[in-house]
Design a protein around this ligand. Structure first.
Ligand SMILES: *Cc1c(COP(=O)(O)O)cnc(C)c1O
Length: 215
């Protein structure tokens, strides 16, 4: 079942869009079912669950952190995390930088933007953030590889498309202003089970899909 779901999702994605399997709340046996198909990229949204699963799963899994991250918990994932999608403050970025340097590594991150109409979704607001980018780029322990965002939870597909398109335009503007010489600045992480095909139409390069894989 899981294998069929995965194959179906992969078949629906263009070759240059990466699938990240969101494994939060799922038991290890189900993660292993995904792993056995050859898939290696998994995402979690809580530090505790992420570290537990990291310890239990094979070591060639690439772990993504996609949930709100508190600065005091960065140290637990800094040694192994593959990509942090949810950088939403300068304070958090400086803590990731500090923990990366402690671990002798550079941690890849995405800047999360608030693109939905709901108040609850976190992320940088889309105006005003530009002023801190030069300071973020100076942090040598992190590498900013792109942007992440979540659309509103609504049946209005046109609205969802507009919100994703907005994120794509934020990406383009950052690329032009600050990241022309950064070839690794190329990730637009948007799209979940309910809206990933719309996200792909709007220019997503990385979709984060959970329910559709496991249900
Ligand atoms: C849970 C979650 C997803 C996946 O959601 P599904 O609807 O299960 O595909 C994607 N992104 C984030 C940030 C999440 O928290």
């Amino acid at each position: 079942m899981i294998k069929d779901n995965l194959n179906q999702i992969k078949a629906s994605l263009p070759n240059d869009v990466e699938l990240i399997v969101v494994s939060k709340f799922r038991p290890l046996e189900q993660l292993m079912e995904v792993y056995e198909t050859g898939h290696r990229q998994f995402a979690e949204n809580r530090v505790q669950e992420l570290t537990t699963k990291y310890e239990s799963m094979p070591k060639d899994v690439l772990w993504h952190m996609i949930g709100h991250l508190q600065s005091n918990k960065v140290k637990y994932i800094a040694p192994f995390i593959h990509l942090i999608h949810s950088v939403d403050s300068f304070e958090l970025a400086t803590e990731i930088n500090k923990q990366a340097l402690k671990n002798n590594r550079i941690i890849p991150v995405l800047l999360q933007f608030h693109i939905a109409q709901e108040e609850t979704k976190s992320g940088f607001s889309t105006d005003g953030f530009q002023t801190i980018i030069p300071d973020l780029i100076k942090l040598e322990g992190i590498e900013i590889q792109g942007v992440m965002g979540m659309a509103s939870l609504t049946d209005n597909q046109e609205q969802v498309f507009q919100e994703f398109t907005h994120l794509k335009s934020i990406f383009n503007s950052l690329k032009n202003s600050y990241f022309q010489n950064h070839p690794n600045f190329k990730i637009i992480s948007m799209g979940m089970s309910g809206d990933y095909l719309i996200a792909v139409k709007a220019g997503s390069t990385m979709v984060r899909v959970g329910s559709l894989v496991f249900e």
